[in-house]
Structure formats: C-alpha cells, structure tokens
Design a protein around this ligand. Structure first.
Ligand SMILES: [Zn+2]
Ligand SMILES: [Zn+2]
Length: 236
C-alpha cells in the first residue's frame, strides 16, 4: 500500500476509535475487544493438521510441503484457526490498540499448551522491527509470550532475538515473496549461548511459517537443539 493511503487509513481508524469505543468481537459488549467470558468460549482448533508445519492436512505423516522442503522448525502448534471471531480479535490486538486482550487469548494458549502436553526450555516472542513497535506502542507477540510464560511457569527470553532490518508486512505479499522478505531478517543477542536448549517461538498468526522459520534459523545458529513455535492462530 502506498504511504499516503496508509496514513489516511491510520487517521481514519484513530478517528473511528474515538467515535466508536471498543466492542467485544463476539457479544458486542462495549469496553473491550474481547470479553474474558467470550474468549473462553471460542473453540480450540481440532482440525487435522500436519504435525510439522500445522497446515490443514488429513494424510498420514507430514504434509507434501514438509516432505519436499522441510522447515527448520520442529513443529508449529496453533491454538485457533484464523477465522471469524479470532480473526477479528487478532485484528483488534494488532491494529486497534487492543493490547489488553492478549491476556485472555494467552490463557487459551496456556490451555492448549497443557492439553497437548507441550514442553520447552524457554519462550521467545517473534520481534517486531523497532519502528513498527514504536508506531504500535507494543509488540503483540511479546504480550502473548509474557502472559503465556506467567501461566505456564516457563522462562521467557524477551530480548534474545531481534530484527536486523525492517521488512515489508507479510500480509501484503504472496507465498513465495514471504520467504525472501524475512530471510536473514533476525539475529540473536551476541552473548547468548543456547546450546542444548529447546526453544519455543511465540507469535500471533502462522501463515506460510516463513517468519517463524527465519527466527528458527537464527536460534539454531546460536546452538539451540530444537526450535518449535506456538501461535494463537493458523491461516485457514
Ligand atoms: Zn463478549
Ligand atoms: Zn507440513
């Protein structure tokens, strides 16, 4: 999108939020983008998926893509399918200042973490570029990771991974471009040695897995034994 158009859309949203206060994306109650009670009722994803990349897949073993070009990630676990109320909630979380709904959403991530008996040595949020974080005021993945760590007792490494360069928004790119857009975009803080550790990345949405995989490459280069990911939602 052109810069001018983006700015106008941003102003439009800001004005809209002034006129229309946040409303729960499920029940419409005013004050929050998602009530705690409504967040509890959204069904967790139970569709059959590829055990590696988390894409919808009904075959046995891993999907065709993972058989031909496997990810660096050991697995991507997603809690919801990116549709309906969850899509609206994530939109509010990212673009409408709805930082407070990270907590009820992360509690569903913690529920999935326990039900699926996942394990890890530490949680690492997918970093935003510093400019985008400044514009948004927060990093939604960091908020989700923070609440998930609090609810599971897992250690959280918030400043371990960072973006070396700004990247175009993945949402506007085709599947092929998404991989080249994020390649070599991440690195780890020098002093960290992750030897032998199993690390879990935390993000809001997994689409192609390109961003998560680029993060995994940086963590593996630092000695991590295995890198997995948990996301709030997975593309339909
Ligand atoms: Zn509600
Ligand atoms: Zn797969």
């Amino acid at each position: 999108m052109e810069r001018g158009t983006r700015f106008i859309r941003h102003i439009y949203r800001v004005l809209l939020d002034l006129v229309l206060p946040p409303r729960c994306v499920v029940c419409g109650r005013v004050e929050t983008w998602l009530c705690e009670a409504c967040a509890q009722r959204i069904p967790l994803s139970d569709r059959p998926v590829c055990p590696r990349c988390g894409d919808a897949w009904e075959g046995s073993g891993v999907c065709t893509r993972c058989r031909t070009t496997p990810l660096h990630l050991a697995s991507i676990h997603s809690v919801f399918v990116y549709q309906d109320a969850i899509r609206d909630a994530i939109h509010a979380l990212k673009y409408r200042g709805g930082w407070e709904i990270a907590r009820p959403l992360a509690s569903r991530m913690a529920e999935a973490w326990r039900t699926r008996r996942l394990t890890s040595d530490m949680l690492v949020p997918v970093p935003l570029h510093i400019d985008r974080e400044a514009q948004r005021g927060y990093n939604q993945s960091q908020l989700l990771a923070h609440h998930l760590a609090a609810q599971t007792g897992l250690p959280l490494a918030e400043t371990l991974l960072f973006r070396i360069r700004a990247t175009a928004s993945q949402a506007r790119l085709g599947p092929r471009e998404r991989w080249s857009n994020v390649k070599d975009a991440f690195t780890c803080v020098e002093a960290h040695d992750l030897s032998g550790l199993c690390v879990t990345l935390v993000d809001d949405v997994a689409t192609t897995g390109a961003t998560l995989d680029a993060c995994a490459v940086a963590l593996l280069a630092r000695g991590a034994r295995m890198v997995s990911a948990i996301t709030l939602a997975h593309a339909v």
